[in-house]
Design a protein. Structure first.
Length: 296
């Protein structure tokens, strides 16, 4: 099936796709097909599976975000979320040119692409040819899972984030974001990011230790949650408390909270962040794949 796509892409990027191959935005009627596709790897595809769990449909959102589907003779064989970010779903790299063209033609601006490294890096290469320049490419991000209790004692001080602490948690989230991507999440307005943080607190997916002095010592979020898998995101230790050996205990506590929602806990980490990788391994995480992130 795919062998006829690659040579076509090399010489006919502006032409129609090969016979039988098509790309279109998925509709509600495609929900079951998308769920079956994503369920082939519930860890790598937890983002889209969590979206389907919350939205109940593959149809575009009210804000215009949707899923691009690649079909071969009417069968869904790959997909890519196209919202604020691009997130490939079981997308063979040989289809990256088709998806990149459709994403580019949509007129949307994408902040990043993230997911399985082979698909993300192929999308990046195709988007670059279409004029979408990246300012950073993180091509090696170990995808890690823990399928049981943590290997170290959880820090009992970690609890669910509370709305009463929103004004403390929000700046901590913003500080983590700026450390990670190099710019403030409030660029262009504070409202969208604030709603995101508030929503995580309301869902019980925000985890934090706010001490008696009012400092957020540590925080993390369960950014994607299904019945099978949670994905930890936004891990941040207050700079004033770093270097004290606290991270492993807090991460163990995050795992304990996550295990009340799903049996598998996952995360992905920058390959160059050796200290974080060592901490996660100490807690019990093991690498099961490789992600990549492209920041546009």
């Amino acid at each position: 099936m795919l062998s006829r796509v690659a040579p076509w892409l090399a010489s006919h990027k502006e032409d129609a796709a090969p016979a039988g191959i098509s790309v279109r935005t998925l509709a509600g009627a495609d929900t079951a097909s998308l769920r079956r596709l994503a369920s082939q790897d519930p860890v790598a595809n937890v983002f889209i599976l969590a979206h389907l769990r919350a939205a109940g449909s593959a149809a575009p959102t009210a804000g215009g975000a949707g899923v691009l589907g690649v079909f071969d003779d009417g069968i869904l064989v790959g997909a890519c979320w196209a919202g604020a970010n691009l997130v490939p779903v079981q997308l063979d790299p040989e289809f990256a040119g088709l998806v990149a063209a459709a994403a580019s033609n949509s007129g949307r601006r994408f902040a990043s692409a993230f997911g399985p490294a082979d698909a993300v890096l192929a999308l990046h290469a195709e988007l670059a040819e279409l004029g979408h320049a990246a300012h950073e490419v993180r091509d090696e991000q170990p995808l890690m899972t823990l399928c049981g209790p943590p290997s170290v004692e959880p820090n009992a001080d970690l609890g669910l984030g509370r709305l009463a602490d929103f004004d403390r948690i929000l700046p901590a989230c913003a500080a983590m974001f700026e450390e990670e991507v190099g710019y403030s999440p409030f660029l262009g307005g504070k409202e969208f990011y604030s709603r995101r943080v508030e929503g995580l607190i309301r869902q019980g997916h925000s985890l934090a230790h706010v001490n008696d002095s009012g400092d957020v010592v540590f925080k993390a979020e369960l950014g994607a949650v299904t019945a099978d898998v949670t994905q930890i995101q936004g891990v941040w230790m207050n700079p004033g408390y770093r270097g004290q050996g606290l991270s492993a205990g807090y991460m163990a506590a995050v795992v304990e909270k996550a295990r009340t929602l799903a049996p598998v806990t996952s995360l992905y980490v920058n390959g160059f962040n050796l200290r974080a990788r060592s901490t996660y391994e100490r807690v019990g995480f093991r690498q099961v794949g490789t992600f990549a992130t492209v920041l546009f």
